[in-house]
Design a protein around this ligand. Structure first.
Ligand code: DLL
Length: 442
């Protein structure tokens, strides 16, 4: 059982590890890291091969900075070891399996022992509590159930916190609205774009999204911006906080945001050691505050210990605030593999979201289309974005010009903006696809 102490600054009872000092946390990290590295080396052939090839041994890990000597793990490693090659325990000790959808290649498979599941639930509970959710509240869980870690991960965490969980999963938006109206949940767990879909569908039904019982939203699984937070909080009259995670490292709850500060998710560093590396030169470990690729090492996992996993998520580490010992992560600007390179300029969908949502005539519903017109060598970016309902066609045309100029100024790319009718673009059911690459395949 976790030792618990009453925190002075909030009405919630926090885990002891949330309130310890940085020195105490780092001492805990070092002992857990030394154990994990040795455990992975002894039990997973891939780690033994990789460590041996790099000329490092678990005994070389004497202080936290020694972690930089160890090789990275990538999604490719998990794919090559498909399905169970990365597991560090015999199959009968694996209590549950999750997997990625496999749309971009072979699925990546992850496993959990009973203790891993208990730790995961504890960390999701911790994240939800940080975001304002309390025992006894009704929680509408619209993350997808199944092999995706979102649904069942969030579910177990809300149950562990002592909430009443409504396991609706993603999709069936009309039904979601009926249940929100009838069951009167206090909190909703969903991807930010799916919450937007729900709000939008409510408006279409003549329901004011600000009038529901919902007071808290805990949103993640895809990049989102402060502008989107503002949009959702004002439309739905609730407090929206971030939750971050990834299957290879655990699932949701690797990091969670505190509602009192709303300044980025605290990484639960008693279970994960984060690093930021230069995405283009991974030998360079960057300091706190510097932007780069996020890398994680698990500190307590039994079924799938993960050493220096390259997430491809681009962000930076910031000092802890609401939980001082645990560093925060800045908003994820995007994934290095989701970056559009347009005539030499790097661009992420979140940059477009940020700019577009500052233009009152434009809605948050947009898509990015990449094309290469016949006979041309240059790629073309078209931003397709819906105008807001009340806006005239003339107003929309002016807004398109403003968006085009703002993208040129802030991102440096020339693009075409196509303002389309409200409701004409595909709506999210979970993780929304923003980029449509229609360029001819090489
Ligand atoms: O999306 C786990 C999750 C479920 C997190 C529900 C939060 C809520 P994967 O499907 O493995 O796992 O996708 C992980 O999603 O590497 C990021 O690129 C992205 N991602 C997850 N949370 C956030 C977030 C789940 N809060 C990948 N902000 C990660 C931005 C996020 N991106």
């Amino acid at each position: 059982m976790t030792q618990e102490t009453a925190a002075a600054t909030t009405d919630a009872v926090l885990d002891r590890e949330e309130t310890i000092s940085r020195d105490e946390l780092e001492a805990l990290q070092l002992s857990r890291l030394q154990h994990t590295v040795a455990y992975a080396y002894d039990r997973v052939p891939l780690y033994k091969r990789k460590f041996d090839a790099a000329g490092v041994h678990p005994a070389d890990l004497r202080e936290l900075s020694d972690l930089a000597k160890f090789p990275f793990t990538t999604k490719e490693d998990l794919r090559l070891e498909y399905p169970f090659g990365m597991f560090a325990v015999p199959q009968h000790e694996v209590a549950r399996i999750h997997a990625s959808s496999g749309t971009t290649g072979r699925a990546t498979v992850v496993g959990y022992t009973k203790k891993d599941l208990a730790d995961w639930a504890k960390l999701v509970a911790r994240s939800l509590r940080a975001s304002g959710v309390r025992p006894g509240m009704k929680v509408h869980n619209a993350y997808g159930y199944g092999l995706f870690t979102g649904g069942m991960g969030a579910h177990a965490g809300a149950e562990a916190l002592g909430c009443t969980v409504i396991p609706i999963s993603g999709g069936q938006t009309e039904r979601q609205i009926t249940l929100i109206q009838d069951f009167k949940p206090d909190a909703i767990l969903a991807t930010p774009t799916y919450l937007l879909t729900i709000a939008d569908a409510m408006i279409k039904q003549g329901i004011d999204p600000a009038s529901t019982s919902l007071k808290y939203a805990v949103l993640g699984a895809e990049p989102w911006t402060e502008e989107m937070r503002h949009e959702l909080e004002t439309t739905m009259n609730l407090k929206a906080c971030d939750i971050y995670g990834l299957s290879e490292v655990m699932g949701p709850g690797v990091a969670g945001e505190a509602v009192e500060t709303q300044d980025g998710s605290h990484i639960w560093e008693d279970h994960f050691r984060p690093e930021i590396i230069d995405a283009f030169d991974p030998t360079v470990v960057l300091g706190d505050g510097e932007p780069g690729e996020l890398v994680f090492t698990s500190l307590t996992k039994e079924a799938l210990p993960i050493i220096r996993y390259r997430t491809k998520d681009l962000t930076r580490l910031l000092p802890g605030t609401a939980r001082p010992a645990h560093r925060r992560m800045g908003r994820i600007t995007g994934r290095s593999d989701d970056m559009i390179i347009l005539r030499g300029v790097n661009l992420f969908p979140s940059q477009i979201e940020e700019i577009a949502l500052r233009i009152p005539e434009l809605s948050p519903h947009f898509q990015l289309e990449l094309t290469r017109p016949e006979g041309q060598r240059m790629d073309q970016l078209t931003v397709k974005i819906e105008r807001r309902d009340a806006v005239t066609v003339k107003g929309a045309t002016d807004a398109a010009k403003v968006l085009q100029q703002q993208i040129k100024i802030h991102v440096g790319s020339s693009c075409t903006v196509d303002v389309v009718e409200p409701g004409s673009l595909e709506r999210s059911n979970g993780k929304l696809r923003r980029i449509y690459d229609l360029r001819p395949k090489a």
